[in-house]
Design a protein around this ligand. Structure first.
Ligand SMILES: Nc1nc2c(c(=O)[nH]1)N[C@H]1C(S)=C(S)[C@@H](COP(=O)(O)OP(=O)(O)OC[C@H]3O[C@@H](n4cnc5c(N)ncnc54)[C@H](O)[C@@H]3O)O[C@H]1N2
Ligand code: MOO
Length: 416
């Protein structure tokens, strides 16, 4: 039986990065940048004020308290550059620094000693000293012209979108998303939430979960629920292949039962089955294959938590490699309580992180670890890995932990 790390390495080896394509900025969310992006403009594009107040000239030095200036007009964000003739000019946050000024004095740090009939300041006195450069945002101080703004391989979350928007890119070069088909097998499955269940039927919980999770990273181009019938399954597979998919994910029918037809069908299609069973629980009966056309096939076990683990640790491993994202590294975090388990079996457990009052993050395994139990999934924030060799773990022992979403794996930086 293959071990988890060996299975993941094998999957990565079979994946090459998908080609790049261009998308408008508005569609770049949750995509992976396909090349380094350098700033073609400085950000900010011009020196500007960080405060509402008065722009003055400190001549590179310091202005004393009580210094007085005449105020020659005003400049607001969106105005073009101006010259300051009188010594001070009223300025708003974001307005370009007037020529001849090198500092901004916030309005609350001046006394307005003279106003015109409309109340505009004509003369001011400083009630605090000021120094050159204060409250001025220099051109390029955020991103210098030509600087690397985002490296190739960046996952584009809303924060990266903020940077991309600032760079003024109409089109963003991204890696094409993997095209995926999702097939849920089982004649007991009911998709329609309005349909009442006949005896023996259950609701399809894997389909919505897997589709929702995959949609963040991949293009789920078709999803079908198929009865336990080889012919129906083969026809569904053919329909998926017609959609030009890169990856096929199925749930159920991969174990030892009489209706577990997935391995047989794949063999009859000429697929190469790389492994069928991984040394872990839940999720052991997972199958990984490649079809003659090059499409990757993941046969996830039917139990809901087993299918979630199969997605998280194997399908997403392939997605990351197809997108050119690096292999994930586990977080090492302390257990918040002792655990006993059977030696010789690696467990992937539903868990939650807690921050102790002293500030330390700890991992707490949730009650209800059986793979049919879906309710603890709603409370789980991470997957905790209990190593194969361990029998007794004590509070404070470090274990491998993975975020529920692979896109969160960069949350912590690792010490060198
Ligand atoms: N003799 C053995 N039996 C089983 C073994 C074994 O090693 N020897 N392994 C068990 C484990 S572990 C798992 S996991 C399951 C995997 O079985 P299959 O992948 O063949 O899946 P099914 O038999 O089709 O279904 C298992 C279970 O999950 C329910 N299911 C299936 N699809 C869905 C869905 N879309 N939504 C909700 N629930 C689903 C299904 O009704 C079954 O209860 O095999 C064990 N048996
Ligand atoms: O491992 Mo099954 O995948 O335990 O439920």
């Amino acid at each position: 039986m293959i071990h988890v790390e060996a299975a993941q390495a094998l999957i990565r080896d079979l994946c090459t990065r998908l080609p790049a394509e261009s998308v408008p900025l508005g569609r770049a969310l949750n995509r992976v940048l396909a090349r380094d992006l350098h700033a073609t403009d400085a950000l900010p594009p011009f020196d500007n004020s960080a405060m509402d107040g008065f722009a003055v000239n400190c001549a590179g030095s310091v202005l004393r308290e009580n210094a007085e200036f005449g105020v020659g007009g005003e400049i607001a964000a969106g105005d073009s550059a101006r010259r300051c003739a009188t010594g001070a000019i009223e300025i708003m946050t974001g307005a370009p620094m007037p020529e001849g000024c090198d500092a901004v004095i916030p309005v609350e740090n001046v006394e307005i000693t003279e106003r015109d009939a409309t109340g505009r300041a004509l003369r001011i006195r400083l009630i605090k000293p000021a120094c050159a450069g204060q409250h001025v945002r220099r051109a390029g101080e955020d991103i210098a012209l030509g600087a690397l703004a985002l490296p190739s391989g960046s996952w584009i979350a809303p924060s990266q979108l903020m940077v991309l928007a600032g760079l003024g890119l109409p089109e963003v070069p991204v890696v094409r998303r993997p095209r995926v088909a999702l097939l849920c097998t089982g004649r007991e499955l009911v998709d329609d939430p309005g349909q009442s269940l006949a005896f023996g039927q259950i609701r399809n919980t894997n389909g919505p979960y897997l589709a929702a999770r995959m949609a963040e990273t991949a293009e789920v181009v078709c999803g079908e629920t198929v009865t336990d019938d080889t012919g129906a399954f083969v026809r569904a597979l053919d329909r998926a292949l017609d959609q030009d998919v890169d990856v096929i994910v199925s749930t159920g029918a991969v174990s030892m039962g009489r209706y577990d037809f997935v391995p047989g069908v794949l063999r009859s299609m000429g697929a190469t089955i790389y492994f069928h069973k991984v040394a872990m629980r839940p999720g052991k009966p997972l199958l990984f294959a490649r079809l003659p056309g090059g499409q990757l096939y993941f046969g996830l076990p039917g139990n809901p938590v087993s299918s979630a683990i199969g997605l998280r640790f194997f399908v997403e491993c392939a997605f990351r490699a197809l997108l050119g994202l690096p292999a994930e590294k586990a977080w090492r975090l302390s257990l918040g309580h002792p655990v006993t388990k059977k030696a010789g079996v690696r467990l992937h457990q539903k868990a939650a992180l807690a921050i102790r009052s002293g500030g330390a993050a700890v991992v707490q395994l949730l009650a209800g670890q059986e793979s049919f139990r879906t309710l603890p999934m709603a409370a789980a924030t991470v997957w905790a890995v209990l190593p194969e060799s361990a029998e007794m773990l004590v509070e404070g022992d470090c274990i491998d932990v993975y975020a529920m979403e692979h896109t969160q794996s960069g949350l912590f930086a690792f010490d060198a």
